[in-house]
Write a protein that binds this ligand. Structure first.
Ligand SMILES: [Zn+2]
Length: 174
């Protein structure tokens, strides 16, 4: 699915003031080609762009710090994602009493009504539960392996270094 990556790229292309080299942390052209690659992991910049693109608010829960960030706040609808330190998971409300495992039984888009407010209020508790279960990864210390050559690596810095040195960009947790 590259449609989302294209949407991000177009937003950056069309808003040079909002997404300057300084904000992106690298040259705009380089950033735009980077985010269009399959293995690039987006972050706050991508969440803001996609929230605006879909006209909804994205609430991001950081499990390690329990911080909640609102991207494109104040919209009628919102979605919630939980950040583990490596990736984002969509937070869903099951329509059935027990989790059926079927995506159609999950609600992932919420309205700013009573139910939505209850979901937001419950988010703090969900965060605490996930944190207690250690459902997050310290990106400075986590162990990963290069899927291309099998080299074990520790932390984001080593992974970045390895990617720069070898061109390998496919890493897995282990
Ligand atoms: Zn490698």
């Amino acid at each position: 699915m590259f449609a989302l990556r294209d949407a991000v790229r177009n937003a950056i292309l069309n808003n040079p003031d909002d997404y300057s080299d300084a904000i992106l942390g690298k040259k705009r052209e380089i950033y735009m080609s980077w985010i269009c690659q399959e293995n690039s992991w987006g972050g706050a910049i991508e969440l803001e762009i996609l929230a605006k693109n879909f006209g909804l608010t994205i609430c991001s829960l950081d499990i390690s710090t329990l911080r909640q960030d609102m991207f494109n706040p104040g919209q009628d609808r919102f979605v919630i994602i939980a950040y583990s330190g490596i990736h984002y998971d969509a937070v869903a409300l099951s329509k059935t009493e027990f989790d059926s495992g079927r995506p159609e039984d999950d609600q992932t888009i919420f309205e700013g009504d009573m139910k939505g407010m209850e979901v937001l209020e419950a988010l703090g508790e969900l965060g605490k539960k996930l944190k207690n279960k250690h459902y997050y990864t310290d990106t400075a210390k986590f162990s990963i392996r290069c899927n291309a050559c099998g080299t074990p690596l520790t932390g984001e810095k080593e992974a970045t270094k390895h990617a720069m040195a070898t061109g390998h960009t496919d890493f897995g947790e282990y």
